[in-house]
Write a protein that binds this ligand. Structure first.
Ligand code: ADP
Length: 177
């Protein structure tokens, strides 16, 4: 794979990232304010391998990234083994605090399963550099931001598909080494 040759077209991260304009918006989790049930609904309604965690829907600043399989395992085991965890429990990705919410069920803190510093690039990053980063760091996905706001995600497969389109090649025949 010679990324520099493949990308002389000056493609930018914004051209490859998802969601596309016509796609449903990026599936994110918020660092607080979502219930166990709501997180389970996001998991059930999508098949993505992971979810960015943001400050809030109004303030989509990146807090971390959590893998779908870790979420499923942690929620299932908390529901079974952790005292008081129910569908209405709040899921937190924040620093643990000693204070529990008044009245409601205990909350479930999942900060320990979150990647606290997922790699993020800006939407203007040229794709030749992005491919280099993917190869050198062995990434499976990276997040795309604009002025600190989370915009989208690029997976390794997105890059392979995009390269195949540009070069008219079978994605299977383009391999990362
Ligand atoms: P892969 O690209 O290896 O199939 P995924 O299943 O995670 O990995 O992603 C499938 C598609 O959905 C990709 O095009 C990816 O960019 C996009 N995607 C991944 N995670 C999310 C998400 N949380 N919200 C919206 N789109 C996503």
């Amino acid at each position: 794979l010679e990324p520099k040759d493949e990308f002389e077209h000056k493609t930018l991260a914004m051209d490859v990232m998802r969601p596309r304009r016509s796609d449903p918006s990026l599936s994110v989790l918020t660092q607080s304010g979502m219930s166990v049930e709501q997180v389970e609904a996001v998991i059930a309604d999508t098949s993505y391998s992971g979810f960015p965690v943001v400050v809030s829907q109004e303030s989509p600043r990146l807090v971390g990234f959590v893998l779908r399989r870790d979420l499923v395992i942690s929620i299932d085991s908390a529901r079974l083994c952790q005292e008081g965890i129910v569908g209405a429990s709040q899921v937190l990705f924040t620093e643990p605090t000693l204070t529990q919410p008044h009245g409601g069920p205990p909350s479930l803190n999942l900060r320990s399963i979150m990647d606290l510093s997922p790699l993020a690039i800006t939407d203007q990053t040229p794709m030749d550099i992005t491919v280099d980063i993917f190869r050198k760091l062995g990434l499976r996905q990276c997040l795309v931001t604009q002025n600190g706001r989370l915009l989208g995600i690029i997976t390794k497969k997105d890059i392979l598909k995009h390269m195949a389109q540009m070069t008219n090649r079978d994605p299977e025949s383009i391999l990362f080494n």
